[in-house]
Ligand binder design. Structure first.
Ligand code: PMP
Length: 461
C-alpha cells in the first residue's frame, strides 16, 4: 500500500476517479476534471496536495466551528478510543460519555430541552424528527396529524426523509419523496420581497404563508413545522426579525409542533448557542449535528423539549427507532471536549459581541462592488448576492452559472467560498482573529474583481 504522503496529486486523482463516488457530484465530469486533494488542516487554513494554503471560509462544511487541530478534541477521541471505542445503548446499557453529553446538552440548550436522542448525522436527526413527531401525535390519540410543513429551498439532509423535508427540487426528482410533507415559500426578501413595503413587513407576510397552509390542510392534520433559523445550504438566507416570532405565534395558535433545524445554526454560529435564541422563538424539537463535535467525528441528534418528552417518556411505551451509533462513546467524548472548549474560551460571546458585528461591518462594505446586489450576515455566516445590474437588481441568466465562475476564482486564489446559484456564501470557523476576517474580506474582494474582469472578458457584462 502507498501511504498518504507518497502519492503525487495525479496519482491521488486517478485513484479517486477510479473508485470514489463523491456526494452531490456529477461523477463523470469530476473524474474528467480531477479532484482537489486536501491533505492537512490547522486553525482556519487547509493545505492541498500541491502545498497550496487555503483559507477555509466554509468551516469544512459548516462544521469546524473551533477550527482545525484543537488538541482537546484530539485527546478526548484518543483517550476514549483506548478506553471503550464502542458500545451501544440498545441493551439497556449506556456509556459515561453519552450520559455526560446528554447532561451538558441539557445545560447549553434552551431550558425546555432536558432530553436528547442521538443520531449519527443531521439527516438521521431529521429522520428521527419525522418519526418522533408522528409518534407524539399517535400517542396523543391524533394519528391523523401527519403532515409536516417545510419550506422551498430548505435543506434538511439527503436521506429519504431528510430530502423530502428539504425543499430542493433536484433532490425530490431523484428517488421521490415520502408522503405528507408539504412546502411553503421561503422568507427570501431578495427574491420574493420586491412588492413588500419593508423587510420587516415581508417577514410577517412570509410567516402568514404558514397560517394559510395550515388552514388549507386543516390544523387537525398538521403535525409540525420545520425550518432552519437561517437557511444555510439554500444560500445563507437571513429572515427578517419579524419572521420567527410570528411563525411561533401561528404554530401555537394551531397547536402545531415547532421544529428548529439547528444543524448549521447550532453551537455558536449565529452569536447565541442556538439560532432559535438569536431569532427569539421556542421550538419543541431541535435537530443538531456538525458543530456539536466541530465535525471532528460524526454526531447528530434531536433535542426533545418537555412538551414532547412528557408524552413520549410518560405515556409512549417503546419507541421503535434508533441507530447503531446513537450515543457513540467516541463521538460523545469529542462533543464534550468541543462544548467545554466553546464554554471555556467564550466562543459564543465573542461571535455575538466582536466577530459577528465585525463581519457584518466588513460585509456591508462589499455592497460597493459593482457585482454585488445585496449582502447579508448573521453571526459568522455571510452571503454576497451577485447581480448583473446593481441599480435594477437584475440577476444573471442562471444558465451562465456566474456563481461557479466566482467560486473558481476563489478556489484558485486560496479561499474556499461556496456558490449557491449566484449567491456566494461563507461560514468560517468561530475562532478567527479580526485580522483573519480582514484577510478573508481581502480575498473576497480580490475574487470579486477577478470575476468582474472575467465576465467582461466573456462578454456577459
Ligand atoms: N440540516 C441542515 C440545516 C443542514 O445544513 C444539513 C447539512 N448541510 C443537514 C440537515 C444534513 O446533515 P448531514 O449532512 O450531517 O446529514
Amino acid at each position: 500500500m502507498t501511504t498518504t504522503t507518497q502519492r503525487s496529486t495525479r496519482e491521488w486523482q486517478a485513484a479517486d476517479a477510479a473508485h470514489y463516488l463523491h456526494p452531490f457530484t456529477d461523477f463523470k465530469s469530476l473524474a474528467a476534471k480531477g479532484t482537489r486533494v486536501i491533505t492537512r488542516g490547522d486553525n482556519i487554513y487547509l493545505w492541498d496536495s500541491e502545498g497550496q494554503k487555503i483559507l477555509d471560509g466554509m468551516s469544512g462544511l459548516w462544521c469546524v466551528n473551533v477550527g482545525y487541530g484543537q488538541q482537546d478534541l484530539i485527546d478526548a477521541a484518543t483517550t476514549q478510543l483506548k478506553t471503550l471505542p464502542f458500545y451501544n445503548s440498545f441493551f439497556q446499557t449506556t456509556t459515561p460519555p453519552a450520559i455526560e453529553l446528554s447532561e451538558l446538552l441539557a445545560e447549553v440548550t434552551p431550558p425546555q430541552f432536558q432530553h436528547v436522542f442521538f443520531a449519527g448525522s443531521g439527516s438521521e436527526g431529521n429522520d428521527t424528527i419525522v418519526r418522533m413527531v408522528r409518534r407524539y401525535w399517535d400517542v396523543l390519540g391524533q394519528p391523523q396529524r401527519k403532515v409536516i410543513i417545510s419550506r422551498n429551498n430548505a435543506y434538511h439532509g439527503s436521506t429519504l426523509a431528510g430530502g423530502s423535508l428539504g425543499g430542493m427540487s433536484g433532490i425530490h426528482a431523484q428517488g421521490g419523496v415520502i408522503p405528507d410533507i408539504v412546502h411553503i415559500e421561503q422568507p427570501f426578501f431578495f427574491e420574493h420581497g420586491r412588492q413588500s413595503r419593508s423587510f420587516e413587513d415581508f417577514g410577517l407576510e412570509a410567516a402568514s404563508w404558514l397560517d394559510r397552509k395550515i388552514t388549507e390542510i386543516g390544523a387537525d392534520k398538521v403535525a409540525a413545522f420545520i425550518g432552519e433559523p437561517v437557511q444555510g445550504a439554500g444560500g445563507v438566507i437571513v429572515p427578517p426579525a419579524s419572521y420567527w416570532p410570528e411563525i411561533q405565534r401561528i404554530c401555537d395558535k394551531h397547536g402545531v409542533l415547532l421544529v428548529s433545524d439547528e444543524v448549521i445554526c447550532g453551537f455558536g454560529r449565529t452569536g447565541q448557542w442556538f439560532g432559535c435564541e438569536t431569532f427569539g422563538f421556542r421550538p419543541d424539537l431541535m435537530t443538531f449535528a456538525k458543530g456539536v463535535t466541530s465535525g471532528y467525528i460524526p454526531l447528530g441528534g434531536v433535542m426533545v423539549g418537555e412538551r414532547v418528552a412528557r408524552v413520549l417518556v410518560d405515556q409512549g411505551g417503546e419507541f421503535n427507532h434508533g441507530y447503531t451509533y446513537s450515543g457513540h462513546p467516541v463521538a460523545c467524548a469529542v462533543a464534550l471536549a468541543n462544548i467545554r472548549f466553546i464554554q471555556r474560551e467564550g466562543v459564543v460571546e465573542r461571535v455575538r459581541n466582536e466577530l459577528g458585528p465585525y463581519l457584518a461591518k466588513r460585509f456591508a462594505e462589499l455592497n460597493e462592488h459593482p457585482l454585488v446586489g445585496e449582502t447579508q450576515t448573521c453571526g459568522m455566516m455571510g452571503a454576497v448576492q451577485l447581480v448583473k445590474d446593481k441599480a435594477s437588481r437584475t440577476v444573471f441568466d442562471s444558465s451562465l452559472e456566474v456563481g461557479m465562475v466566482c467560486r473558481g476564482h476563489c478556489f484558485g486564489n486560496g479561499l474556499i467560498m461556496r456558490a449557491v446559484g449566484d449567491r456566494m456564501i461563507v461560514a468560517p470557523p468561530l475562532v478567527m482573529t479580526l485580522a483573519q476576517v480582514d484577510e478573508m474580506i481581502g480575498l473576497i474582494h480580490q475574487c470579486l474583481d477577478l470575476t468582474l474582469a472575467d465576465l467582461k472578458h466573456r462578454g456577459w457584462l
